[in-house]
Ligand binder design. Structure first.
Ligand code: BTN
Length: 282
């Protein structure tokens, strides 16, 4: 097994190809499909989920997506050099019943933070509940979890800006996002980043399926919102308050003017650190 250092920079191109054999060796995946270009790896994975016999866990990845999707019908910009993939898991086999599925996105966020931390040791890295990973306050990665109830299979879609650069991105994305290459000034091995994420994801899903307290401790450790004044749009209303953490069920806990609120789902529209609240220590 070769666990090369993903930071090895020498001569690496932003468009290095994924070494599928190395991924197979380093993980417990039972099937891997890697494509040059797909509309969306989540769409391809959702299609595969309909098959009766499927060797799981299965990875479907693409060097480029032409119709990458995010939450709430957002598009996901997936230029070459990014890492875009979907993992299909057998949720029933892992003991993950549908009420636990919303927590899978948080588990995946923890996995991404833990996997990329060694690549950006000095930078502000954190999880923006419920499905974003931020680097220096900009979006580094997004997660889209989609469950297929009748098959009890779950698709975990992850997009990480690795060797793509915001210099090539549309204006609205350039202002809000970053990549490992932009932050670190060098290209890294996408294969090694992928392996690191898959291994951390395997561990986080194991914690989730055993209701291991280490997972909730980790999503609080990585939370970029803890101690911040936060605005959340829940679909029905806007809720504003100071974030005091993420509970064991994965709900965001806010101290509001009307008392404590626990939000199971929503989109954080604004947040800012409260003066004097101290540093995150992540
Ligand atoms: C978000 O930020 O709202 C989630 C973005 C998720 C993007 C990934 S890229 C791989 C997978 N395929 C998709 O079409 N979307 C997810």
């Amino acid at each position: 097994m070769n666990h090369a250092d993903p930071r090895e920079p020498t001569g690496r191109s932003p468009h290095d190809s994924i070494d599928v054999a190395a991924v197979r060796m380093a993980t417990d995946l039972r099937a891997i499909e890697w494509h040059g270009r797909l509309p969306s790896t989540n769409d391809a994975a959702l299609q595969r989920c309909e098959a009766r016999d499927l060797a799981l866990p299965m990875l479907i990845g693409a060097d480029e997506q032409t119709a990458g999707r995010g939450r709430a019908a957002h598009r996901w910009w997936s230029a070459e050099g990014a890492l875009t993939f979907s993992l299909i898991i057998d949720a029933a086999r892992l003991g993950l019943d549908p009420p636990s599925w919303p927590r899978i996105a948080l588990a995946a966020g923890v996995a991404v933070c833990r996997a990329v931390r060694p690549l950006v040791p000095e930078k502000d890295l954190g999880l923006k509940w419920p499905n974003d990973v931020l680097l220096e306050g900009r979006k580094l990665a997004g997660i889209l979890v989609e469950g297929v109830l009748h098959t009890r299979r779950v698709v975990i879609g992850i997009g990480i800006n690795v060797n793509n650069s915001m210099a090539d991105a549309p204006d609205d994305i350039r202002r809000l996002a970053t990549s490992l290459r932009d932050a670190g000034g060098t290209c890294v091995s996408r294969t090694q980043v992928l392996i690191a994420v898959l291994r951390e994801l395997n561990l986080a899903l194991e914690w989730l399926s055993h209701r291991d307290a280490r997972l909730a401790a980790q999503w609080n450790h990585w939370s970029a919102l803890r101690g911040c004044q936060v605005c959340v749009h829940t679909g029905q209303q806007h809720v504003e308050g100071r974030c005091i953490g993420i509970d064991d069920e994965g709900s965001l806990v806010l101290e509001t003017q009307d008392g404590q609120r626990r939000l199971q789902t929503g989109t954080v529209t604004h947040f800012h650190r409260i003066a004097g609240a101290g540093s995150s220590g992540r």
